[in-house]
Design a protein around this ligand. Sequence first.
Ligand SMILES: [Zn+2]
Length: 282
Amino acid sequence: MNKQLNDLFSLKMLTKRNIFMSFIIAATLSSCNKNNEEMTTEAQAAANKIENLKKGQLGGQDITYERKDGMNFFEGDIILSDKQLTDDGSANRGGASFSRWPGGKIYYTVASNMGSINANKITTAVNEYNTKTNTQWIPRTNQTNYVEFIFGSSSGSDGWAHIGYQGGKQSISLDQYISVGSVIHEMGHTVGLYHEHSRKDRDQYLSIQWGNIQDGQAYNFNIYSSGTDIGPFNINSVMMYWPNSYSKNGLPTIKRANNTTFTYNRTGFTTGDINTINTMYP
Ligand SMILES: [Zn+2]
């Protein structure tokens, strides 16, 4: 998970575009240029981002998510389907839930433009799941319900995934420089795992540094209390955010509860991660 690089990039692009647009407006509509200065600020870019934020219901809990590219992003890299989530939550309170893959069997395909480097990482990650957990990732033949690994872009090391079993075709998106550990992380979302820092008991173990979080991104650090916490809190989990996630100033956004820093793990599964998955898929 490396959202903030992309976010910073898009923020910059947005600002550039706004400056350009303001120039056009100033040149052609000179009588309407009084607010140009306000319009070209980075604050507007931040506000534009915040406009994408939406309120919805997940598992009966009010949540905030970002609507982007026709998808619903939760906690940065988790995609919620429209079925899991509705803008008008009242009619669907408690109705939104994710399911587990029947029999722990997850059928998958790899997009033809994936490239051999990422394809090898997928193979390594699949082997980790197939040897260490009760889920079995099986190349799809003609199954209707499956996940496709798609190639996100050739810049950055970003990824995202639909959470849990959706029915039909769902996706895991991988970018050029993603690590095997991050592939395992995204596959964790496919299996049904949320992020470790959103557990109900996280404040016993973590201190969220709210003042260091980028404008409009604080919602990514909310507790998801409708989820089911399995096993003890595990700061080394491959599903843990990293310490500088969404930092606006290079300082940590997450520390241990005793205010010390931690090292995040994107090497692979911890025993806790394996135990959690095997509790979900006995
Ligand atoms: Zn994630």
